[in-house]
Design a protein around this ligand. Structure first.
Ligand SMILES: O=C(O)CCC(=O)C(=O)O
Ligand SMILES: [Fe+2]
Length: 232
C-alpha cells in the first residue's frame, strides 16, 4: 500500500512545513469506489451526516464512517499510524510534552476507547460548486493524535476547479503563514492536527495549525479524511 512512499522525505517535509504529500496513495479505481460510498453505501456504513452550513463550518457536507470500517480503511488507518507514531513521539519530545503514542493503532484505539472516545472518526467529505471548508482543527476529546491524513478522491481540472487544500500556521507573536497543498487524484496529505514544533534560533517553539478548503469554483470534489483518534 505504501510502496511508493519515501518516509524519510515525508518526515523531512513534516518537520519543515507541518505537511507532506504521499503521491498516489490510492489508485483511481479505489478513489472512485470510496467516493461512490457517499450515496451508495449499505445502511449503517456511516454513523452521522453533517451539513456544514448548519454549523457555520462552511458549505458542503460530510459523513463519519461507523465501525466496522469498510476496506481499505482499517489497513490504511493502521498502516499510516504505524509510520507516523514515531514522528508524533519525536515532536512531543521536542515540545516537552509528556504524551507518547504506542507502536500500533490497535493499542492507541484501546487507549481512546478506555477514555470514552469510542466513535469512529474517518470521514467522507463532498463539496459541490460554491462549497468550501472553513479553517478548523479536528479535535474530538482529550486524546489527540497530532497528525492526520486527507486523500483527494476526485481529479482536479476534470472533476472540479478551485477547492484547494490549505493550511494556516499561526506563529507566536508573528503573522500567520498560509500553505496551499496541490494534490492530484489519489494523493494524500499528512498534516499537523493542532500543534507542531518549529526550530527557532533559541530552540524549538510551538506553532498552531488549522486546515480547510478554498471554494470549489466548478464541479464536485470528494475527499477521505483519516483521523487517528476516535471521538467522544
Ligand atoms: O476536504 C478536504 O480536503 C479537507 C477535509 C478535512 O477537513 C479533514 O479531512 O479533516
Ligand atoms: Fe478537517
Amino acid at each position: 500500500m505504501f510502496d511508493a512512499v519515501d518516509w524519510q522525505e515525508v518526515e523531512a517535509a513534516l518537520d519543515r512545513d507541518g505537511v507532506a504529500v504521499l503521491p498516489g496513495l490510492l489508485d483511481a479505481q479505489a478513489c472512485r469506489a470510496l467516493a461512490a460510498l457517499y450515496e451508495g453505501a449499505p445502511e449503517g456504513t456511516f454513523r452521522s451526516r453533517v451539513v456544514m452550513a448548519r454549523h457555520g463550518f462552511g458549505r458542503g457536507e460530510y459523513q463519519y464512517f461507523d465501525y466496522p470500517l469498510p476496506p481499505p480503511l482499517p489497513a490504511l488507518r493502521a498502516g499510516l499510524y504505524a509510520q507516523l507514531a514515531p514522528i508524533a513521539n519525536r515532536w512531543n519530545t521536542t515540545l516537552g510534552l509528556p504524551q507518547r503514542y504506542p507502536a500500533t493503532h490497535a493499542e492507541y484505539l484501546a487507549r481512546c476507547h478506555a477514555a470514552g472516545q469510542v466513535r469512529a472518526t474517518p470521514l467522507l467529505l463532498r463539496y459541490g460548486e460554491g462549497d468550501y471548508n472553513c479553517l478548523h482543527q479536528d479535535l474530538y476529546g482529550e486524546h489527540v493524535f497530532p497528525l492526520q491524513v486527507v486523500v483527494l478522491l476526485s481529479q482536479p481540472q476534470r472533476d472540479f476547479d478551485g477547492g484547494e487544500f490549505v493550511l494556516v500556521e499561526q506563529r507566536p507573536r508573528m503573522q500567520s503563514r498560509p500553505l496551499v497543498v496541490p494534490l492530484r487524484q489519489g494523493d494524500a496529505a499528512v498534516f499537523a492536527v493542532n500543534h507542531r514544533p518549529v526550530q527557532g534560533t533559541r530552540g524549538p517553539y510551538r506553532v498552531t495549525m488549522r486546515h480547510g478548503v478554498s471554494r470549489v469554483r466548478r464541479g464536485a470534489r470528494s475527499t477521505l479524511g483519516i483521523i487517528f483518534h476516535d471521538a467522544a
